[in-house]
Design a protein around this ligand. Structure first.
Ligand code: MRU
Length: 359
């Protein structure tokens, strides 16, 4: 069995020739496992926009490394002539560029803000831009480590909710490819599986970009976890037949009242689960919460290109010129959510007071 813990969607690389942000190009999976070496913040922004790296926590890590990469490039080109004031201005501009790439994933803006705060806190303590770069790289690595640890903890907490022989339905990819650890929604499944519990996963293919069939099916198969791939419109029928015991999904943004934005189609799964009295769990680290948003109504939903709906991997499947809409996410109201599983514990409704008390 291959160890899913070896899957890293994004990493920092340094050698005599230069500094890079490394990525697995997820647009090419599962046919090709191609590693990319990005050399500028513009390439990192393009990779995030194009979903070469995707999944809220992985996007956060990529953006953090992207900021450091932008500064490192300037330090290499300019050497001593790059002053600290100018370095801070450049970092703010890079942060603004990266923040616009994907508006729903909270971890992206959260990671950038955290690095820019680190710049302010260390501004008077460092002697030059090179020292600032070292401090920022350490902060980016701390984000990676914290996400890794959060995944382990969510896995342990969530695995306790799974019984021997359970079938779990999941939507999109909230696994190792989407995080810096063993995933969010898939973490309980990996922990249960590795402990010898028999669990089976029903994987929604997840139109339009097929993160379920291309990524979740690939990483579960690679890890030896039993799975069955279904199309999105099969979920209700499987639930009605009593073939689903729990739903586990990830999140891109969680508002203060517990409403959750996740991959388009999640809402339909939540309503179906509620009708069939199947527990619906959202698994996400606290870095995915935005408590400044009082409800899901305020979550910005990313709109993507119509071509993602009218074609599948280059093959056209709709008439030319057809009217299309392509929201990347939907919002599931908290009433449909059995519990939120975070690294700080499991929360059940009413969420608002509980969440505010914890952090
Ligand atoms: C741990 S990842 C959580 C979410 O980011 C995930 O469920 C999801 O919807 C990803 O969407 P994507 O558009 O592929 O970035």
């Amino acid at each position: 069995m291959l160890d899913q813990r070896l899957l890293q969607p994004v990493w920092w690389e340094e050698n005599e020739q230069g500094v890079y942000v490394g990525l697995i190009d997820q647009t090419l999976l599962p046919q090709q496992t191609k590693h990319l070496r990005l050399t500028s913040e513009v390439e990192v922004a393009e990779a995030i926009r194009a979903l070469r790296v995707r999944g809220a926590p992985a996007i956060g890590a990529a953006a953090a490394f992207g900021l450091v990469l932008g500064l490192a490039r300037q330090v290499r080109e300019r050497g001593e002539t790059l002053g600290l004031v100018e370095a801070r201005e450049q970092l703010q501009a890079i942060g603004a560029l990266l923040t616009t790439t994907r508006p729903t994933a909270v971890n992206l803006a959260w990671a950038i803000k955290r690095l820019l705060r680190c710049v302010d806190e260390n501004f008077a303590l460092v002697r030059n831009a090179q020292e600032l770069q070292r401090v920022l790289l350490a902060e980016a690595r701390a984000i990676v480590q914290e996400d890794h640890d959060a995944c382990e903890r969510m896995g342990e907490l969530g695995a306790a909710l799974l019984a021997e022989g359970d079938t779990v339905l999941t939507h999109c990819n909230a696994g190792a490819l989407a995080t810096m650890g063993i995933g969010t929604a898939l973490a309980p499944i990996y922990v249960a599986h590795n402990a010898g519990k028999r669990v089976h996963v029903l994987v929604d293919e997840t139109r339009p970009l097929l993160q379920g069939s291309r990524l979740t099916a690939w990483e579960l198969q690679r890890a030896g976890v039993p799975l069955t791939l279904i199309t999105d419109n099969m979920a209700g029928s499987f639930m009605r037949q009593g073939r689903v015991q729990a739903v586990f999904v990830g999140a891109d943004c969680i508002a203060a009242n517990g409403d959750v934005a996740n991959k388009i189609g999640t809402y339909s799964v939540a309503v179906l689960a509620s009708v069939h009295q199947i527990p619906f769990y959202v698994v996400a680290p606290t870095s995915t919460f935005d408590l400044s948003l009082s409800s899901g109504e305020q979550i910005p939903v990313e709109q993507r290109k119509p071509e993602e709906v009218t074609s599948v991997r280059g093959s056209i499947i709709a008439p030319e010129g057809v009217n299309v809409t392509n929201p990347a996410f939907d919002v599931t109201p908290h009433q449909y959510i059995t519990a939120l599983i975070t690294e700080k514990g499991i929360f059940r409704a009413p969420y608002e007071a509980l969440l505010r008390n914890v952090w």
